[in-house]
Structures are given as C-alpha cells and as structure tokens.
Design a protein around this ligand. Structure first.
Ligand code: UT7
Length: 325
C-alpha cells in the first residue's frame, strides 16, 4: 500500500471579474491580458471569505466526494502564502477548528505556487511513515488581499480559490510514486512581499506598496520555463516514462505562454497539459488542486492514469509529483 489521492474538492468565490471589468479601473485591456497570459477571468473572494473559509469548503467537498467522515482525518496541511493571520496561528488550525475535528494535527506549508506539490510529498511521507492514515492537503489563496491594484503588471495575473485532496492508502502500483522539491533561494526577492516580516518590520513609515506582492516578471518568466522543463523531464526519466506514457501534465496555472514555451522545449504535445487559467487566473498553491478538481468533475481522471504535476513560483520554489491515479 502507498499513499494516493482518494478524492479532490474545491471552492471558488462566486464573484467573477473579467478582464474587461478590470479595464474599467486600470490601464489595461482584454487583448493585452489574454495575449500575454491566457487569462480571461479571475474569481475574487469577499470580506467574508478569508483563506481558511475557502480551504474549509474545499476540504468538506473532498471529504464528501470520498464518502469519508471528518473523524477519519488525522492531519491537515494548508499550503498558502495568504494566511488569515500573518504569522500565526496557522490557517490550517482554523480549518481544523471549523471542520470540528478536535486534536487533529494541522500546519501551514509555505512554498508559494509550489506549495501543493510540496504538500503532496509531505502528506505522502506522513502516511508512508505511519504517522497518519488520512491527510487533507489543501491549497488555498486569497491573493486579491496582497495584490497592489494600482500595479497593472501584477494585478491582472492573480485570483482567489482553494483546492483540496484527501490522501489515504491506495493499492500497490497506484498513488504518489515520486516527488521532486527544489528551491533557488538566490531568486527569493524576484517574487515577494517586501515589508511586514522581521527583516523589514511594519512601521508607520512603511510604504503601502511594500505590503503587497511584488514581482520581477521577466525573471520569474525565464525561471518558470526552465524549471518546468527540468521537473517534467526529470520525473519522466526517473520513472522510465516517455511523453506517450503520460496522460496529463497538470502545471501551476500561471501563464499559458510559460506552458507553451516549456512544452515546446520538452517536446511534449501541448494537449497533454491541462490548462484552466482562462477562468481562474493564477491562484498560487490552489491552482493545481483546482485544476485536478475541475478535471475530476469533467470525468477526465480515470484509475491507472499517469499524471505529472509541476509547480513553480515565489521562493523561488519548484517541483512536481508523479501520480498514478
Ligand atoms: O506563479 C508565478 C507567477 N509569475 C508569473 O507567472 C509571471 C511570469 N512573467 C510573465 O508572465 C510576464 O513577464 C508578464 C505577463 C508578467 C509580463 O509580460 P511581458 O511580455 O514580460 O511584458 P513586460 O513586463 O515586458 O511589459 C511589456 C509592456 C510594457 O509597456 P512598455 O514599457 O513596453 O510601453 C508594460 O508597461 O506591457 C505593459 N504592461 C501592460 N499593458 C497593459 C504591463 N502590464 C500590462 C497590463 N496591461 N496589465
């Protein structure tokens, strides 16, 4: 027996903001956003929908789809860079409280857009190591709360939402077969929030823009294309797979140009990549489980299918998983 995905759930805020709506308040256009990113819409959470709320809804959806009661959950992991509280308590602790599962362990995992890929590997480790039998791995983000809405170069890129998987033991030959988790810390400030932490503490003099996400778009773009190819190629090589063996690659949904360029370089048909940034934009650690949830609802995921995930983003973190569904 090894750890695998028993079910996938998701939650997306109802408020849907199109590119045209953004262009009403910002010097941008549907044409620019679509041609540079492939993004058409994003969903924006209300004040009543903090990250923990979306994470909880996604987790409840995953449990319902698995037909597993909340009492069976042993551990809750929330991958997020937009926690309800800046430092503590962990957002996972709020999910634990609101799900109503006293004594279940919970913690946040901060690996930005690679958070879900890291979370799958950690969840698998807990199960394979005998620490837990069932683990909720949730990717949840309210990026609208850390977006500088006056910076058109980042504001058009991000959205809110949550996706969750329930991990448990699956039959031999299925489940999470392999994971690669990497970081290039030299690029830590290529995508980050400059102020508010212990290195640049918040003070009355803090420039408001420094409390929002800041990005060197070109640097992150080049990094993202390179590591996409690296992770997908290495996962295939380590597991004796060719592109023909892969049913789907589920990448972090940042930008379709990154995926197109990576697919071309890796010589993998673009059709193998599942893309949904048109509807949700970049939801950081939520983007891969949101895509998996949408695929599941469409009936695209069948037992035995070979799936690769690939994440990349702030940190600069990158990584991926090989899953036999
Ligand atoms: O999870 C990882 C998250 N990060 C990413 O996915 C970001 C990776 N980077 C990118 O995808 C690209 O760098 C962007 C989409 C962010 C930018 O695309 P680009 O082709 O690198 O554009 P640019 O930054 O070089 O800007 C080109 C022009 C500039 O105008 P000028 O100086 O040439 O007159 C920008 O001011 O496009 C302008 N521009 C915009 N115009 C309309 C930048 N943002 C916008 C906008 N609407 N929203």
């Amino acid at each position: 027996m090894t750890a695998g995905v028993l079910s996938v759930g998701s939650y997306v805020p109802t408020r849907r903001v199109s590119n045209d709506e953004l262009a009403l308040t910002m010097d941008t256009s549907d044409e620019w956003i679509r041609s540079h990113t492939g993004i058409g819409n994003r969903h924006i959470a209300s004040d009543d929908e903090p990250t923990s709320f979306m994470a909880l809804r996604a987790a409840e959806d995953a449990l319902a789809r698995a037909g597993v009661s909340k009492e069976e959950v042993d551990q809750i992991i929330v991958a997020t860079i937009t926690p309800d509280y800046r430092d503590f308590p962990a957002t996972a602790n709020l999910v634990q409280r609101d799900l109503g599962v006293p004594h279940v362990g919970s913690f946040d995992l901060k690996a930005a857009c690679t958070g879900f890929a890291y979370g799958l590997a950690v969840g698998r480790g807990l199960i394979d190591g005998g620490v837990a039998k069932k683990v909720l791995v949730i990717g949840a983000e309210k990026l609208s709360a850390i977006t500088n809405w006056e910076d058109r170069s980042t504001a058009v890129l991000f959205g809110d939402g949550a996706g969750a998987v329930l991990l448990g033991s699956v039959d031999e030959g299925r489940g999470i077969q392999d994971s690669i988790l990497r970081t290039d810390g030299t690029g830590a400030e290529a995508l980050f929030m400059p102020a508010g932490g212990t290195s640049t503490r918040f003070s009355p003099e803090t420039v408001p823009q420094d409390l929002f996400l800041k990005m060197d778009g070109q640097k992150v773009y080049n990094f993202a294309v390179r590591v996409n190819v690296e992770i997908v190629s290495e996962l295939m090589e380590r597991n004796g797979l060719t592109p023909d063996d892969i049913d789907y690659i589920v990448p972090h949904q940042a930008n379709f140009r990154i995926i197109h360029a990576a697919a071309r370089r890796a010589k993998i048909p673009l059709e193998k990549y599942y893309l949904n940034m048109e509807e949700y934009a970049n939801t950081s650690s939520a983007s891969i489980p949101l895509a998996l949830s949408e695929m599941d609802r469409k009936g695209l995921l069948k037992p035995g299918m070979r799936i690769l995930t690939v994440g990349f983003g702030g940190g600069l973190t990158y990584g991926g998983n090989y899953i036999v569904w």
